[in-house]
Design a protein around this ligand. Structure first.
Ligand code: ADP
Ligand code: IOM
Length: 327
């Protein structure tokens, strides 16, 4: 945001307001308060992306390589994936999530308490129709110990995130936030965190196809009950411009103790394969014991299958170097 927002642009846009009442100052507040943000700007609704397009478009271009005249695409045909299962003991677990927001509501950054309550109600209702055995737990109904355990085990979002706080996403916390999960904790839905829904499939090991298949099955079921905010140009509309398009992040937790000693090499392989490196507890966290969260970086202008394929091909390349170069 800092890189692209000029004084002139700020002066031109600062008095604009979207129909839901979102302003440029609200959009950039998280980045201003957290100069260590990776992006630092959030939308309040779909209109933010056009009304404040002068600042969003260059950020979208730089992050996804996607221009104003490009078209988004979608493909959820799991069978189109190539070499999807990575049978390697270095892969600890696999997780694929998509973000979704309901049509006709502002995004979480600009939603009212009443609207957020309504979103939770509609999502709970939709979750009841899923063909898997699971339950919704509202954050308020859970004990502190249970919440902490779920966070530690990578199932639940963390609390008090300062990046989300200054984007307006923690207002009225913990009201209307919660998590659905099946008995095995392989299918989960986060409600009213950074996006209204984060739909997640995860399991131990590297059977990426199985994880993707489960995600697509339950995503299709939820789509029968909920209408998500989607634009032909930007795909699924999300609070953060990094998640537009597929809103998909496919990741593995992978041990790379050797390669991570050579960060320039590690980062250059990731760049070549459009990968992002995160720490072991998600965004803004650090790696522990040589274990990293490696995921696809691009999400807009590429299909869901391409997102997963970016991750699969890139992780294979990382493992190749990890094993052969450092023997
Ligand atoms: P998001 O993926 O929704 O953008 P985060 O990066 O904060 O959000 O990650 C959310 C949680 O998911 C964190 O606890 C993180 O460690 C966990 N996670 C991400 N990828 C994996 C994975 N492949 N295996 C296990 N847990 C994972
Ligand atoms: N998606 C969002 N959490 N992130 C990119 C925050 C940041 O700007 O660091």
């Amino acid at each position: 945001m800092k890189k692209h927002l000029t004084d002139e642009m700020y002066s031109n846009l600062k008095s604009f307001k979207t129909k839901s009442g979102y302003t440029l100052d609200m959009a950039i507040n998280s980045g201003i308060k957290n100069p260590d943000s990776s992006i630092g700007i959030y939308a309040g609704d779909e209109e933010s992306y056009t009304l404040f397009g002068d600042i969003f478009n260059p950020i979208i271009k730089e992050y996804h390589g996607f221009s104003k005249d490009d078209k988004h695409k979608t493909c959820l045909h799991v069978d189109d994936l190539r070499d999807a299962s990575i049978d390697d003991e270095a892969i600890i677990s696999t997780r694929i999530r998509v973000g979704r927001n309901l049509l006709d509501f502002p995004l979480g950054t600009n939603i009212s308490k009443k609207q957020r309550d309504e979103v939770e109600k509609r999502v709970i209702n939709a979750l009841k129709s899923l063909t898997c055995k699971g339950r919704y737990y509202s954050l308020e109904s859970m004990s502190k110990e249970d919440r902490e355990e779920l966070i530690k085990e990578h199932f639940l979002f963390k609390e008090g995130d300062r990046f989300l706080k200054f984007a307006g996403l923690n207002r009225d916390w913990p009201s209307s936030r919660g998590i659905y999960h099946n008995e095995e904790k392989t299918f989960l839905v986060w409600v009213n965190e950074e996006d209204q829904l984060r739909i997640i499939s995860m399991q131990k090991g590297g059977d990426i196809k199985e994880v993707f298949t489960r995600l697509v099955q339950f995503l299709n079921e939820l789509e029968q009950k909920l209408t998500f905010s989607y634009s032909k140009h930007l795909g699924f509309i999300t609070s953060c411009p990094t998640n537009l398009g597929t809103a998909m992040r496919a990741s593995v937790h992978v041990k790379l103790p050797n390669l991570s000693q050579d960060m320039p090499k590690f980062e250059s392989i990731c760049k070549k394969h459009h990968l992002q490196i995160r720490g072991i507890h998600g965004e803004h966290s650090k790696s522990e014991e040589g274990i990293f969260d490696i995921s696809n970086k691009r999400r807009l202008g590429v299909s869901e299958v391409e997102c997963v394929q970016d991750m699969v091909d890139g992780v294979r390349a990382l493992l190749h170097v990890e094993k052969n170069l450092y023997m």
